[in-house]
Design a binder for this molecule. Structure first.
Ligand code: GLU
Length: 418
């Protein structure tokens, strides 16, 4: 069998859309599963809307996701002369004609276009459903589906996997390829991606650009895993797949026809899984927070950004109301004693304890020696150190913060209570 070649041909007219990233991924997986090639082509013939920034954004996104393309990147614009000359050839052969400066393709009479879509099965179109269509605009720029079909044929693309929204162009492209004597590729039209309310995934419904997800602290391996499950399923209950796993497991037969629902909870769940799979050192580097902060917040954060925010929330103590220091079953007097005793004992620690359990012992001793309860010591110390109603435990905080910082915060709390 001939080598399989797929392609990802984005129009570089904006930020890399997360839905396009799925298209890229499925083409990549199909090619790599079959030991084939995966090409990247920028369809940049719309010179008004195409930008180099968009190309950069798409390239960066692909690299970030680990979707390596084979060979050099091609640009459709470079092939425009060729597309034009093929359109004129069709005119010369009587298969197309010029009208008002544009070139129109003459749809053949009584022809049936039939192909087996890799995802949707048999698809049939009758030529009478089509009227003649433009292939080159009056400004001499070929229509993108004309250029796209020719580039695919010239690049020897064997399989075209693209979104369902392109299905209506497919018969036109088959007419074109047949008229030009090219072999047609296999097609697979992937299901739409919808929001949970079944509206089209669009800017209005939240983030759609891949860069936004990166910015929000999602990991590339989580995005890959999540995107793979947007329309593909392994046929069992397995949820987690690395790119390597996917290359092994991806079968086009397991891509569904019905729309895929973009469920952000699912992405968060998958992201949290990959986050927890990283070492503290890796997370500390990637989120730019200390390893101690990673250790306390790792289980709570779903994204790198959340990890940063949680850690920032502790590093920068915000002002809080003194009443927060007093546990509901305690009172101001006992709270003050609890804090004073803690301050006194901690000030005496020459070597700041290395283990959280040591702090736990210290606080427990303070409770016992002074006849105080948990709420008179652990609660106010925790609030004093975090300024928050909910936070990691006081012992975790003492362990993560320096001696100087801890004492400072305890003094600050006592000031609030005086
Ligand atoms: N440039 C087209 C797009 O961005 C490609 C369509 C196709 O995959 O054939 O949607």
């Amino acid at each position: 069998m001939a080598k399989i070649i797929t392609r990802f041909p984005p129009s570089p007219t904006g930020k890399f859309h997360i839905g396009s990233a799925r298209t890229a991924l499925f083409n990549y997986l199909f090619a790599k599963h079959n030991k084939g090639d995966f090409l990247l082509r920028f369809e940049d013939t719309d010179q008004e809307r195409s930008t180099k920034e968009s190309e950069e954004d798409i390239k960066n996104g692909m690299e970030w996701l680990g979707l390596k393309w084979d060979g050099p990147i091609s640009h459709q614009l470079n092939n425009m002369e060729k597309h034009l000359s093929l359109a004129l050839k069709l005119v010369n052969e009587g298969l197309a004609y010029e009208k008002e400066g544009a070139i129109w393709f003459k749809v053949p009479q009584n022809q049936r276009i039939e192909f087996t879509d890799l995802i949707r099965g048999k698809v049939v179109f009758e030529s009478k459903e089509f009227s003649d269509f433009v292939i080159v605009r009056s400004n001499k720029i070929p229509i993108y589906y004309f250029s796209n079909a020719i580039d695919d044929a010239e690049d020897k693309i064997t399989h075209v996997l693209r979104g369902e929204e392109h299905l209506s162009n497919t018969p036109k492209q088959i007419f074109i390829l047949e008229a030009l004597g090219y072999k047609k590729p296999e097609y697979g039209h992937m299901p739409l991606i919808l929001n949970e309310d079944r509206t089209k995934l669009s800017k209005r419904s939240g983030s759609v650009s891949l860069a936004d997800y990166k910015e929000k602290g999602y990991l590339p391996e989580a995005i890959i895993n999540f995107l793979a499950l947007l329309g593909w399923n392994p046929g069992n209950e397995r949820e987690f797949f690395t790119l390597e796993d996917l290359i092994k497991e991806f079968k086009i037969e397991r891509v569904q026809k019905s729309p895929a629902i973009f469920n952000i909870e699912k992405l968060n769940f998958i992201n949290a899984h990959y986050l927890r799979g990283k070492t503290d050192k890796e997370l500390s580097k990637e989120a730019n927070v200390s390893e101690k902060m990673v250790e306390i917040f790792k289980e709570r954060a779903k994204t790198l950004k959340e990890l940063q925010e949680l850690s920032q929330g502790i590093i920068e103590l915000k002002d809080y109301d003194f009443r927060l220091l007093i546990f509901k079953k305690s009172d101001k007097k006992k709270t003050k004693i609890g804090l004073e005793k803690t301050l006194e004992i901690l000030e005496k620690q020459k070597d700041w304890p290395k283990a959280e359990t040591e702090f736990e012992q210290i606080l427990k001793n303070i409770m016992e020696e002074n006849g105080l309860s948990f709420g008179d010591v652990f609660w106010p110390v925790r609030v004093a150190l975090s300024g928050l109603e909910k936070s990691p435990s006081p012992t975790e905080l003492l362990w993560a913060l320096s001696k100087e910082e801890s004492l400072e915060r305890l003094k600050e709390a006592l000031k609030k209570l005086s």
